[in-house]
Design a protein. Structure first.
Length: 104
């Protein structure tokens, strides 16, 4: 008689998360840079003050365009904040997305 081989049960994945939003796909280091922009803004103005700005959509579109233009012209950092123009651009894009989602 040979050695008996024990059957090891196969691990079954019972976490039903296949249809859930995959938050782990977000680039956390880039989000950290956006959070730095938000922190500077909160110190300069107030927490969440961006939500109550008059003509917010037009003004954030303008800010987004200013940051992308500065970047296209070879400027890496915003001179006022010292942070990446792309982080400012992403922040403005998030503001615009939020405003669009809550325009009711």
């Amino acid at each position: 008689m040979g050695k008996e081989r024990l059957e090891v049960p196969t691990k079954i994945d019972y976490k039903y998360d296949g249809d859930k939003v995959r938050m782990e796909l977000l680039p956390m280091d880039a989000l950290y840079e956006v959070a730095k922009v938000l922190t500077k803004g909160a110190k300069k103005y107030a927490d969440h003050s961006w939500k109550t700005l008059n003509n917010a959509t037009e003004r954030y579109q303008g800010a987004l365009l200013r940051h992308i233009t500065a970047s296209m012209n070879g400027e890496d950092k915003d001179p006022e904040s010292g942070l990446s123009h792309y982080a400012h651009l992403a922040c403005n894009a998030l503001f615009l997305l939020w405003l669009d989602m809550h325009k009711n």
